[in-house]
Design a protein around this ligand. Structure first.
Ligand code: DQA
Length: 146
């Protein structure tokens, strides 16, 4: 294995499959994670998944990542746009991270253009649907292999 990647989904992402398919597609979170898992195996990466609708739990999960993961793929959902608590916890991990959004956040409401985690991430992938996670894994793998 080339590395251990923690794939973290934030608020409302457990509702995929019910959310507007024009933005988010039709996969459920379970189906999306199956695809990410298959992509990770192809890329020689080990993945673990985490989702919560509770900001403090997301923060505490980041706190616990030291020594458990070599990189992070995160889609914090709406928290992306305003949670300085998640930003600070991400910084504490000191791990390479890639920000992913299923939808094209830059082409939607102006408030979605703001990301408080972007400056801590090595890359941002948005608007590519489920394939965006594969791209994120590829970016992390390149980073982890130096
Ligand atoms: C999202 C985009 C966010 O603006 C939104 O609040 C989400 C999902 C995406 O994956 O496109 O919940 O992060």
């Amino acid at each position: 294995m080339l590395g251990r990647v923690e794939v973290m989904h934030g608020v409302n992402l457990d509702q995929l499959g019910r959310r507007d398919p024009a933005h988010y597609g039709s996969l459920t979170l379970e189906q999306l994670e199956l695809k990410i898992g298959a992509d990770a195996r192809e890329l020689g990466l080990e993945v673990r998944f985490f989702q919560t609708n509770h900001e403090g739990e997301f923060v505490e999960h980041l706190h616990r990542l030291a020594g458990q993961a070599d990189g992070i793929v995160l889609n914090p959902g709406a928290w992306t746009h305003y949670s300085y608590a998640i930003r600070d916890a991400l910084e504490l991990t000191r791990l390479p991270a890639v920000e992913v959004h299923l939808s094209d956040v830059d082409a939607r409401e102006p408030w979605r253009r703001q990301s408080v985690i972007a400056e801590l991430c090595i890359a941002r992938v948005a608007g590519k649907g489920p394939d965006g996670y594969r791209e994120a894994l590829e970016r992390l793998r390149a980073e982890m292999s130096g």
